[in-house]
Design a protein around this ligand. Structure first.
Ligand SMILES: [Zn+2]
Length: 121
């Protein structure tokens, strides 16, 4: 997969905030070496999503990683599910979020992208 210099960051942020219903900051970071992504939600509601600069190079990979974290945040806020749980319910939520990004950003096969990224770990 080649590096795509035209990553639509504003669009990714917009769709992320539509899904969450609140502002969120997305950070491309060298702090994550083994993890693909990480998120932090403060009691104030401030939401930060970190994406590994090493693992996420294409727009598809970035969107897939953001979607994974969004599924954690949504399940945590709605059902109080722990962040480390990757249950059937988690994957079904993740699929729904990936579909929203596919539709709004005209992307394809994001489920396959996230599965490949997870299997590389
Ligand atoms: Zn996870």
């Amino acid at each position: 997969m080649s590096f795509n210099p035209k990553i639509r960051w504003k669009k990714i942020k917009k769709v992320t905030e539509e899904i969450l219903g609140k502002p969120a900051k997305i950070h491309l970071s060298t702090a994550l070496i083994k993890l693909i992504a990480f998120c932090d939600v403060e009691e104030t509601g401030e939401t930060n999503i970190l994406i590994s600069a090493y693992k996420c190079k294409s727009e598809e990979q970035i969107v897939a990683a953001v979607s994974h974290e969004l599924a954690h945040i949504k399940l945590s806020e709605i059902k109080h599910l722990a962040y480390n749980l990757h249950t059937t319910e988690f994957y079904s939520e993740q699929s729904e979020i990936l579909k929203v990004f596919e539709e709004k950003m005209n992307l394809k096969n994001l489920n396959q992208v996230i599965t490949e990224m997870e299997n590389q770990n």
